[in-house]
Design a protein around this ligand. Structure first.
Ligand code: GDP
Ligand code: MG
Length: 430
């Protein structure tokens, strides 16, 4: 596990205590740490440069606020600037026309067909009447994939695979008559790196969409910009970034809006139809900075009915290893593990089995501790670690790792304030 950004910044700023202003040298040193983290998250280097230049302008000479550490203050500026680059507020679909036409484009395998189904599901839950249209003249299996998704969410499906340009206008006329108000058109994609399919421009001219969404896999990282540029001539209105449940730190989420001046509207966070979320710039900034997504985590805990515990964790300065274990248990009960664990810094792993194994190991370690050790982890020295490792069938490294992750969770939780969570306030580590 790499040292967290908050720890690194805290170290940089330690000697700063007692000063009243952020100086050029202090800020530069802090920004160097932040630059490393952004580059490691696969943010485009020019985007990093532009961002840090703006942060430097704002931060130098900034008065230090009593209640915040200099590191926190610098991070707050960085986070604000990142959110601004990503569009500030969450942006919405335009959805103009009857029916409003939303066309999904992008390289093959990016998640267009899956996103079409998710989007229909999302809109239906909000009282809209979407229909799904498949416009892939080359792969018969593509229509089947979308038909299956449509069936699962009981949304009408219309294939337009023989001759999309001729078929879709007829489908739209019928949709209007039958009061379906949003037509989601899934298109075929060429393999990443090849020019987009030739029939796209004809299709877009024929259907006059209000929204043309570029669907991209977050795992492609920097490559995303080049892939996206190939689709710019098609009048894109927004981006859907998929597979953010995986390992991607999400640098593309910062690079794409910055370079292409296009908002990200949704993110895909899993393979299920429910796994589509409106894009939230602030949360994304936390993720890219490696700060985890504790506001999201606490929300999930509350949804899972462990609000009392969540509230107490937030209120009390005491956070023992027993609390940590209870928190992990609650999160484990609350939903698909990999998705939730990805929200805790240092625990982001895509494989369900691996997460489960990791959880069992952590539980065994904590259970091998005495009550006193669980409540006062600072007493755990080398010989206690050896005993705990033996008792739990793990290694001293495992014990160290658990203690480090516990410390990180503690720091992040202490920074949260009850009542400020829903509003998405930044969970400042203390
Ligand atoms: P298309 O070729 O662009 O239509 O891509 P598909 O919709 O067929 O998706 C390609 C693969 O990516 C499928 O196996 C999907 O299940 C998977 N996929 C799509 N979106 C996500 C996501 O947000 N998370 C994960 N984990 N997988 C996704
Ligand atoms: Mg497809």
């Amino acid at each position: 596990m790499f040292e967290s950004l908050t720890d690194r910044l805290a170290r940089v700023f330690q000697r700063l205590r007692g000063k009243g202003l952020l100086t050029q040298a202090d800020v530069d040193q802090g920004l160097r740490e932040i630059r490393d983290v952004l580059l490691a998250a696969d943010v485009h280097h020019e985007v990093v440069q532009e961002l840090l230049t703006r942060v430097r302008e704002r931060a130098v000479g900034e008065k230090l606020v009593e209640s915040l550490s200099p590191a926190q203050q610098l991070l707050a500026i960085v986070r604000q600037e990142m959110a601004r680059v990503m569009g500030g507020e969450a942006q919405k679909l335009r959805l103009a026309g009857r029916p409003a036409v939303v066309v999904l484009v992008g390289p093959a395998g990016g998640g267009k067909t899956t996103t079409a189904g998710k989007l229909a599901h999302h809109l239906r839950k909000r009282g809209r009447r979407p229909i799904l249209i498949s416009a892939d003249p080359e792969r018969p299996a593509a229509a089947e994939q979308l038909a299956t998704l449509a069936q699962r969410i009981t949304v009408p499906f219309a294939p337009a695979d023989q001759d999309p340009l001729a078929q879709i206008p007829a489908i739209l006329t019928r949709a209007k008559r039958e009061l379906w108000d949003i037509a989601i058109v899934d298109t075929l994609g060429t393999p990443p790196g090849l020019p987009p399919p030739a029939f796209l421009s004809g299709l877009l001219a024929a259907v006059k969409p209000s929204d043309v969404l570029l669907v991209l896999d977050a795992l492609v990282g920097q490559e995303a910009i080049r892939l996206a540029e190939a689709f710019l001539p098609f009048g894109l209105t927004g981006i859907v970034l998929t597979k953010l449940d995986g390992d991607a730190r999400g640098g593309a989420a910062l690079s794409l809006p910055a370079r292409l001046r296009l908002p990200i509207l949704f993110v895909g966070v899993g393979e299920r139809l429910e796994d589509l979320e409106p894009f939230e710039p602030g949360r994304m900034a936390d993720r890219i900075l490696g700060l985890g997504d504790l506001s999201g985590l606490v929300e999930k805990l509350q949804e899972a009915g462990v609000s009392a515990q969540a509230e107490r964790l937030l209120r009390e300065a005491v956070f023992t290893l027993e609390d940590f274990l209870a928190q992990l248990e609650a999160v484990r009960r609350a939903g698909p593990l990999s998705q939730l664990f990805a929200r805790i810094p240092g625990l982001g792993r895509p494989e369900e089995d691996e997460v489960e194994r990791e959880f069992k190991k952590m539980r065994a370690i904590i259970q091998s501790m005495t009550i006193e050790e669980r409540r006062n982890p600072h007493i755990i020295g080398a010989s206690r670690k050896r005993r705990i490792a033996r008792g739990s069938g793990t290694t001293v490294q495992d014990v160290n790792r658990l203690l480090a992750e516990y410390e990180q969770a503690k720091k992040l939780l202490r920074g949260l304030k009850p009542g400020k969570i829903r509003g998405g306030k930044f969970p400042f580590p203390r």
